[in-house]
Design a protein around this ligand. Structure first.
Ligand SMILES: [Zn+2]
Length: 70
């Protein structure tokens, strides 16, 4: 399931499959996949993207800050 996709307001593409979150074609990771099982780590990763000047939709930060569903 995609949490967010590339678009006019997003420079990140995040998926989750129930146990792993993936930042696909990550601009901070040489277009490779950054993956982590922890929402807090992905949230931190999104803040790194913001720090690099990349666009991350605000609702994604809210989503990642929520209590894990698993
Ligand atoms: Zn990334």
């Amino acid at each position: 399931m995609a949490i967010c996709r590339f678009g006019p307001t997003s420079d990140v593409f995040i998926t989750e499959d129930g146990s792993t979150l993936e930042c696909c074609a990550c601009k901070l990771n040489n277009r490779a996949i950054y993956s982590t099982p922890l929402r807090a780590e992905m949230l931190h990763h999104m803040k790194d993207h913001l720090g690099a000047g990349h666009k991350v939709p605000p609702e994604v930060l809210v989503e990642l800050a929520q209590t894990p569903k698993w």
